[in-house]
Each structure stands twice: as C-alpha cells, then as structure tokens.
Design a protein around this ligand. Structure first.
Ligand SMILES: Cc1cc2nc3c(=O)[nH]c(=O)nc-3n(C[C@H](O)[C@H](O)[C@H](O)COP(=O)(O)OP(=O)(O)OC[C@H]3O[C@@H](n4cnc5c(N)ncnc54)[C@H](O)[C@@H]3O)c2cc1C
Length: 377
C-alpha cells in the first residue's frame, strides 16, 4: 500500500482529518486496531462547551471557540455524506450555581467572558427555574450560555465511519500499527502487524495510546489516559431541554430519551473500570442538581480514556520529524476540537506550512523535566 497520508487511530480526530484530506483529493488510509470510534470518542458526552468549561482566556480558549463555530457546518457535511443525523443541538447550556460560593465564583469567568464580547446571560433563580423547572428549588442563580451546544457523539462516530468510506478513505479496522518507519529524520510509512505501508505523511491520532508510537522519537511527549465514567438514566420523560452543569457534574438530555450524567476525571492508567465511588459521586451530584432524577432507571454505565498531556493542552502539528504529524492529547475537548484540528493538520499536509494556531500546541513545549515542573490537577 502506498498512500498520500496514513492516519493511525480511527477516533473523532483521525476520522475528521481523514475526511478533510480525502475531500481535498488525497489518497488516505486510517489504521484502527478496533472499530472506528470505539474508544474515547464513543465514550464522550458530546458537549461543545468551551464557555461553560471555564477555560482561561488565551490561545487554547480561542482554539475551542473557533472549532465550536465550525461545528454546525461540520455536522451538516458529515450528515450529507453519510445520511446519518448526529443530532447537533443548539439549545445552549446552563451553569447552575447551587450556592452563594458557586454564584460568586461564576462572576469571575462570566465577567471576563462578557468583557471579551462573548454571549452569556446571568439568570436569577426564577429565570433559571422557568427555563429548566427540573433544577432543584434551592439554588443561588445561574448562567445561560447560548453558544455552547451538544452533539450525539455516538451517532457522529457512526456517521463518520460511513462518511470517510464514502469519501474514498481506505479504512483498515482490527489491525494495530506497531511502529512508524523513519529514515534520515523523515517518516516514510507505518508497520502494521508486520506489513510495511508507505505513505507521504503519517499522522498519529491514536488518542491515549499515542505515546506508545512516539516513545522512540519523542520520549519527552507523555500522553496520559484520564479515565471518565458516565451514566445514562431513563424515566417517563426527559425533564430538561438543555445541557445543565453544576460544579460537580453535568446532565445532558438526549433525543432518544436518555439522560447522560458525567463525568469523573481519574488517573488510573489504562484500566477501564466502572467503580462504586465513580458512580456514587455522579449520581449524588446529578440528584443534587435535579432531584427528580432519583426515581429514574439506570440504563447504562461506561467509561473511556481521555488523552491528556502534562499541561492538559493538545498536541497539534509538526513533530520535528519530516512528514510525521501529531494530532493528539485533546483531553476533555476532543469532540469539540475535531473540525479545527482537521483543518490545521490538512493545512500542514497540503501546504507544508504550520498554521499560526498550531504554534502554541507543538511538541517544542515539552522539554526534559517538564513533567516534574507542572502541577497536576
Ligand atoms: C467520559 C468522557 C466524556 C467526554 N466528554 C467530552 C465532551 O463532552 N466534549 C468533548 O469535546 N470531549 C469530551 N471528551 C474527550 C473526547 O472524548 C476526547 O478528547 C476525544 O474523543 C479524543 O479523540 P481521539 O480520536 O484522539 O481518541 P480516541 O477516540 O480514543 O481514538 C483513538 C483511536 O486510536 C486507536 N488506536 C490506538 N492505538 C492504535 C494503534 N497502534 N494502531 C491502530 N489504532 C490505534 C484506538 O483504538 C482508538 O479508536 C470526553 C471523554 C470521556 C472519556
């Protein structure tokens, strides 16, 4: 096999890049050791919520906002190609301040976001209860963020799986890329279960497992799995319209009648497990936010591994090895960041020019001893 680009990893990041490159006329293959979208991208909650995430102002926040602004078109394009509707929903998101402390803290991020010209609306208790009557009575107020949306990421992955194939991408499922071939500081292809595959560009989009492919070339890049546990409930109705956030959890209404509750952030290696403590903490937090949920049935629990980095920022762009590009470490916002990551990596492949947005997210920021110098959360 000889391709213009081989992408290792068929999560949302790999698929979005593949779709973009194939749409530009390149011959592209995805190597996915399981099935397309079988890891973090399926486990996710599908929130497109940079404002509610209370990120700091700066390059990362700007990246998230730009990707958010691309989402509606991205979802429409994937639907057009696949015939599958990923239920992109734009009702907005509400942050609920459960007590005066939350209310006080929320003033800090709402003030600077407003100052930056972003759209949000502080809500009184009455206003919030009118919008979302299922929220408990004793709250201190809240914030409505109309631009923070959601997508049904499982449907999106189903849709992408069809879309990439229809766009002409060669999808190799059930096979693991074991290494990247490099000669004279230039990537030339991938070894996949003993078979050598040649490629003009190799793109590592292997989520939490990306570090294993890079350890020979970039030992300073540490990709750390951050486990997230989730629960789905079902009742006789869906009592909320919008995504609701409290300080302790989020609650997401889905069109199929499920209500998703998420998510824990745990550093437990690659161990995928649903724990009593994880489920207990999520249920407590959700019932604290919307007491009626106490009577709902638990229909599903699952977990996934977010690809995290030492500074919790993604790695997007050049690797220092010619033709080897990185698109990984998207941590809590990989669903959100997929369309923009795809655009930036495509720019690099097609025009061999690093877009300015990628400069802050390169591997150059990781030096020896970096891990020790950063405080973990
Ligand atoms: C519980 C939870 C909730 C989340 N909620 C949100 C949210 O609301 N909004 C948001 O934006 N983000 C959210 N995220 C984060 C988001 O899911 C991730 O950032 C994103 O899915 C990362 O995508 P990816 O394609 O890099 O990784 P993955 O989806 O993990 O895909 C990587 C793929 O690479 C494959 N692979 C690995 N190694 C190899 C190899 N050697 N050869 C071949 N294939 C390989 C794997 O099988 C996998 O399919 C959440 C994550 C979790 C776990």
């Amino acid at each position: 096999m000889n391709k213009d680009a081989i992408i290792i990893g068929g999560g949302i990041i790999g698929c979005s890049i593949a779709l973009r490159l194939a749409s530009e006329g390149l011959s592209v293959a995805i190597i996915e050791r399981g099935k397309i979208g079988c890891e973090a991208s399926r486990a996710a909650a599908g929130m497109l919520c940079p404002q509610t995430e209370k990120l700091e102002p700066g390059a990362y926040f700007d990246l998230c906002l730009r990707s958010r602004s691309m989402y509606s078109d991205f979802a429409a394009r994937v639907k057009e190609l696949s015939g599958i509707d990923s239920e992109y929903r734009d009702e907005g998101t509400i942050f609920v301040a459960l007590d005066e402390n939350d209310e006080e803290e929320s003033r800090l991020w709402t003030d600077w976001q407003k100052g930056a010209g972003l759209s949000l609306e502080r809500l009184t208790v009455d206003e919030l209860k009118k919008l979302e009557p299922s929220v408990r009575d004793s709250i201190a107020g809240g914030v409505f963020i109309p631009g923070d949306h959601q997508i049904e990421n499982r449907l999106l992955m189903d849709a992408l799986s069809v879309a990439v194939r229809r766009a002409g991408v060669t999808v190799i499922e059930g096979r693991e890329a074991s290494s990247i071939t490099v000669g004279d500081n230039r990537a030339t292809g991938v070894i996949c279960e003993g078979e050598r595959m040649e490629s003009g560009a190799v793109i590592v989009a292997a989520g939490s497992w990306s570090g294993r492919l890079l350890e020979n070339f970039l030992p300073q890049v540490n990709i750390i799995p951050a486990r997230g546990q989730m629960i789905a409930l079902r009742g006789d109705r869906v009592p909320m319209t919008r995504v609701l956030h409290s300080k302790r959890c989020y609650v997401i209404p889905r069109r199929d009648g499920r209500i998703l509750i998420g998510a824990t952030v745990e550093y437990a290696g690659f161990h995928k497990a649903i724990t009593a403590q994880g489920i207990n903490s999520l249920l407590e937090a959700a019932i604290e936010l919307a007491p009626d949920l106490a009577g709902f049935e638990i229909v599903e629990t699952w977990c996934g591994l977010r690809p995290d980095t030492e500074d919790h920022l993604p790695i997007i762009g050049e690797s220092g090895i010619d033709n080897l590009l990185l698109a990984t470490g998207h941590f809590r916002n990989g669903i959100l960041l997929a369309p923009l990551t795809a655009e930036l990596i495509s720019e690099l492949v097609l025009r061999r020019r690093a877009p300015t947005e990628t400069l802050a997210f390169g591997v150059g920021r990781f030096k020896e001893g970096f891990a020790q110098s950063q405080a973990r959360d």
